[in-house]
Design a protein around this ligand. Structure first.
Ligand code: PHE
Length: 440
């Protein structure tokens, strides 16, 4: 069991940790900055809440939708390694542009960020997959470790960038996010020696058995179909999970009893809880699935994703419990919320890093990055859908929305399990264990 991960993993881990620090730090203050009145101490842009949320929705969707051109650029022209470098530079420039206080810088900064994240995020994930041989059971674990890096960045950034931005100045906050990305770039450039074998541009005709315009084989087509189906799971999952920043955030503020030892914890602090849970439970959950696989039990990605959707659904059942308790007018116990986040994260860990790994196993080589791009675009759609579902709560009521999401996720997960064998057949054994050394 003592097999080591490739040396390139820590390089990609820290690069992505800093990129996410930069992304989530900026995101944490974006809406606050836009809505803060334009006069007085640390002035903002003075927009209305709804205008700010609309821009926020488009921004968070576009950063991931741009993964499609980002993936194509890597596949067709530059290879992932160079595209990631360019993405990192664009992100750092974008944040530093936001650090300048005027409207032209604001819009140009956001545009640079959208282009930069689109170039970096999907391609660095593809590179993680490229570090492992086909069928290596360490690959899923590698993705989980990578995912922990993402969340170290995501958990710490809102606290640091948020604090600096809100108390010292918004533009210092954006600047700090830029410095984070610059640190990430240092790690990446320094670590190139450990990344020699991954992310290089491979002209399509050089890939064994593939001619530039050769049509996909039947097996490749089946695998693409099953990948597209897994993207539907991804949309459903993020539409549920991303209630965290919206509806669940507001719910925490208004209806959860946040007093602990006589001190009322600000609602925004709870936004770091899911990321913290990922850091704590990332390894145990991944180890659980690896053991499961080595014991010969069902542990294909689709199975994990179906189970993950059901577990996430049960998180919303806890939120329904909170709504019942709060219905009488008193505030609901904190435990409902923390329990819900815990189940959401266990679901996330069975879906999100698994999906990343799944794509790198199933996508035909010449479409590796573009499939990753489409996956991130699906995540973007899930985020937007989450906002739409959350908005309904003002009309339908929170209990109804939470319970609705619970029922939907559980039924959807069960449906996947029912058709599971058929779906798995479409992968044509891409996930079968191929061990070269018994010690694995
Ligand atoms: N926390 C994850 C991340 O930032 C959320 C995510 C998953 C975003 C998949 C995009 C795609 O990486």
């Amino acid at each position: 069991m003592a097999r080591k991960h490739p040396k390139g993993l820590p390089i990609l881990f820290f690069t992505e940790m800093w990129e996410r620090f930069s992304y989530y730090g900026m995101r944490a203050i974006l809406v606050l900055y836009i809505t803060k009145e334009a006069i007085g101490n640390n002035p903002g842009l003075g927009w209305s809440n709804s205008d700010a949320l609309a821009l926020y929705g488009w921004y968070t969707m576009l950063v991931y939708v741009m993964s499609i051109p980002g993936g194509i650029l890597a596949d067709r022209v530059l290879g992932q390694k160079k595209t990631v470098l360019i993405g990192g530079i664009l992100i750092a420039l974008g944040q530093l542009t936001l650090a300048i206080d005027n409207m032209i810088s604001f819009y140009s900064g956001l545009t640079l960020l959208i282009l930069g994240v689109g170039a970096l995020k999907p391609n660095i994930s593809t590179m993680v997959g490229g570090l492992y041989r086909e069928g290596d059971p360490m690959r899923d674990k590698g993705f989980t470790i990578f995912y922990i890096g993402i969340n170290i960045g995501a958990a710490s950034a809102p606290l640091l960038v948020g604090y600096i931005g809100e108390t010292i100045g918004w533009h210092f906050g954006f600047g700090l996010a830029g410095i984070g990305m610059i640190l990430g770039l240092f790690v990446y450039v320094w670590g190139q020696k450990y990344l020699e074998t991954v992310g290089n541009y491979v002209p399509a005709k050089k890939i064994e058995g593939t001619k530039t315009n050769a049509p996909l084989t039947k097996i490749e087509k089946d695998r693409v179909i099953v990948l597209l189906i897994s993207f539907i799971i991804v949309i459903v999952f993020w539409a549920a999970y991303e209630q965290a920043g919206g509806l669940m955030n507001l719910y925490t503020k208004e209806k959860i009893n946040r007093v602990v030892f006589g001190y009322e914890i600000p609602a925004s602090i709870f936004q770091s809880v899911p990321a913290l849970f990922v850091i704590i439970f990332g390894t145990p959950v991944a180890a659980f699935w690896v053991k499961h696989q080595l014991k010969g039990k069902e542990s294909s990605s689709l199975y994990k994703m179906a189970i993950g959707t059901i577990i996430t659904g049960f998180g919303f059942l806890l939120m329904s419990g909170a709504s019942l308790e709060a219905a009488s007018g008193q505030k609901a116990m904190l435990l409902w919320l923390v329990g819900a986040y815990l189940l959401h994260v266990i679901g996330e860990l069975s879906i999100s890093p698994v999906a990343l790994s799944f794509i790198t196993k199933l996508a035909p080589v010449k479409y590796a990055s573009i499939m990753m791009g489409v996956y991130f675009a699906a995540t973007g759609l899930g985020n937007k859908l989450a906002g739409i579902v959350g908005e309904f709560a003002t009309q339908a009521g929170e209990f109804e929305i939470f319970t609705g999401i619970f029922v939907f996720c559980v039924l959807f997960g069960i449906l996947l399990l029912v058709f599971f064998k058929k779906l798995k057949a479409l992968t044509h054994g891409a996930e079968d264990l191929k061990l070269e050394h018994e010690e694995a």
